[in-house]
Design a protein around this ligand. Structure first.
Ligand code: ADP
Ligand code: MG
Ligand code: ZN
Length: 491
């Protein structure tokens, strides 16, 4: 019989803290995907002997924000440590990190799963520094290959957030990573720009037969920088481990890479033991002492966090879970939604949400721009929705007008009146048109009066055609019925 397995996952997430300067020196933090190589380097981050690191206060503040948002306990004294290893992107030969006394521990992050909300415990949050970047140039036409090093990223503040092994599937791992990214963006400490590698995810994966409560050997997949890669790499690894288990083979504790082109994990190295790093307290940096008063000040200044906003949106605005999810995904979007709602109190918030997540997101995706780039102000969107709500334009016209607003930045009233798109809702005007249509078609009227009521449909079509589809159909229907019944009574 095939054994059934349970999946156990713990995530280590590295997030760059987007401070102005680096973690231990005054070099600016530059966009490492755009800046020229090695323009932001000094003796400290280049690892020159004799240079002295100084802790960046803003980085500590950012790290505290994250730790507090994750409801961690903060260590009033935390220690920087040297993690010794050699790699060409690490000029010092060691990375300054935190080990025994990290900045914070024992937090949690609530994620949403198919079966509801789930609490994932956070083991620790600590500060460290990023490494440089290597570019490997392969051999070409008999010329040997070589490698280039860019130290712009060396020493950029990095936060490591380590979860407990509470995650049970690839989907949950994704949900955790997405939730964490949104949180980091809300706190303003990380752009969330995954393509630029500002967040890197390392899942630790193991399986165990259902019913077992012990932890089995895990593997760690290094450096994933998209949610898709995370989900696929974990799913692949689960399958690989299950196959080994079923064949009675051992699962080796090792570090894996993810091969994007073959959609496979592959072994990189057998897992190093902690002793290999020869951690010891960093002698050049005194213990980091954080006063309670500072902690409380930061806690008090935290913005409304995405989880709270999600719940509030559903409760206050009666949104669906999906709409709430889309709208809270970035502050710029949720602010936009709330500004729009506040400027059109007579329109149901659900309608506003639908226009944003449907039409507006559709336009944004088509043009491949970001939400921040759109030219339509919230009050202009609400002006458009008011025109629709009050029957001055119909839904199709509203969509066309929105597209034009999106492209030109013009306001909806101008667009509507310039192009004569106004829907005719004025009852007197409509009544006159209907009257004229009936008067011009005496034969049809007679058929109607002789009992063929479906002729009213034909009149309706005539009126709509006569107005180029701009008459408000509801009003036309009501007024047409009124006039026809009136004529019937007078017979
Ligand atoms: P290290 O620091 O050596 O990478 P840790 O013990 O600190 O190892 O764990 C790192 C991550 O691995 C944590 O996120 C933890 O939750 C996870 N983890 C630990 N044991 C397991 C396991 N058996 N299966 C899956 N994940 C695990
Ligand atoms: Mg690890
Ligand atoms: Zn520097």
């Amino acid at each position: 019989m095939k054994p059934n397995f349970e999946t156990i996952i713990g995530l280590e997430v590295h997030a760059e803290l987007e401070t102005r300067s680096k973690m231990f020196c005054g070099c600016p933090v530059v966009d490492s995907t755009e800046a020229k190589p090695n323009i932001a380097v000094c003796p400290v981050c280049a690892g020159m002997p004799g240079s002295l690191p100084v802790v960046n206060q803003q980085a500590v503040e950012y790290a505290l924000k994250v730790a507090l948002a994750l409801e961690c306990q903060i260590n009033n004294t935390s220690i920087f440590a040297r993690k010794n290893y050699f790699y060409p992107d690490l000029p010092k030969g060691y990375q300054i990190s935190q080990y025994e006394s990290p900045l914070a521990h024992h937090g949690h992050l609530k994620i949403r799963t198919q079966s509801g909300e789930k609490n994932i415990r956070i083991r620790r949050v600590h500060m460290e520094e990023d490494t440089g970047k290597l570019t490997h140039i392969p051999p070409n036409n008999g010329k040997p290959g070589y490698s280039l090093i860019d130290l712009n990223r060396a020493g950029v503040p990095l936060l490591e957030i380590v979860s407990e092994p509470d995650i049970r599937s690839a989907e949950e791992a994704r949900s955790y990573a997405v939730t964490l990214r949104t949180l980091l963006r809300y706190l303003g400490v990380n752009s969330g720009d995954m393509q630029k590698g500002v967040i890197r995810i390392e899942p630790n994966v193991s399986i165990r037969p259902i019913g077992s409560s012990e932890f089995y050997t895990r593997t760690e997949i290094k450096n994933l920088n998209s949610f898709r890669a995370l989900e696929r790499a974990v799913a692949y690894e689960i399958q690989r481990q299950q196959n080994l288990f079923r064949q009675g083979k051992t699962i080796v504790q090792q570090t894996m890479g993810w091969d994007e082109s073959h959609q496979k994990t592959f072994p990189q190295r057998t897992k190093e033991e902690e002793e290999d790093y020869r951690y010891f307290p960093e002698p050049d940096i005194p213990p980091l002492v954080i006063e309670d008063e500072w902690i409380e000040r930061i806690r008090a200044a935290l913005p409304e966090l995405p989880a709270a906003k999600y719940k509030r949106f559903i409760k206050t605005y009666r949104l669906s879970s999906d709409d709430a999810d889309l709208l809270i995904s970035a502050q710029s979007i949720s602010n936009y939604f709330e500004s729009t709602v506040s400027t059109c109190p007579d329109i149901p918030p659900r309608t506003v949400a639908n226009w944003i997540t449907g039409e507006l997101f559709g336009l944004i995706n088509q043009r491949n721009i970001t939400f921040e780039d759109i030219k339509i102000l919230p009050r202009e969107l609400s002006a458009l929705l008011s025109l629709l709500h009050h029957g001055e334009i119909n839904t199709n016209t509203a969509k066309a007008v929105l597209t034009e607003m999106f492209e030109t930045g013009n306001d909806p009233k101008t667009i509507v009146s310039k192009s004569g798109l106004n829907q005719i809702s004025n009852i007197a005007q409509i009544a006159k048109i209907i009257h004229d249509v009936i008067a011009a078609n005496p034969k049809e009227l007679e058929t109607y009066l002789n009992g063929k009521e479906t002729v009213s449909q034909w009149f309706f079509g005539q009126v709509m055609r006569g107005t180029g589809g701009k008459a408000n159909p509801k009003i036309v229907k009501a007024e047409l019925n009124r006039q026809l019944l009136e004529l019937k009574r007078k017979q």
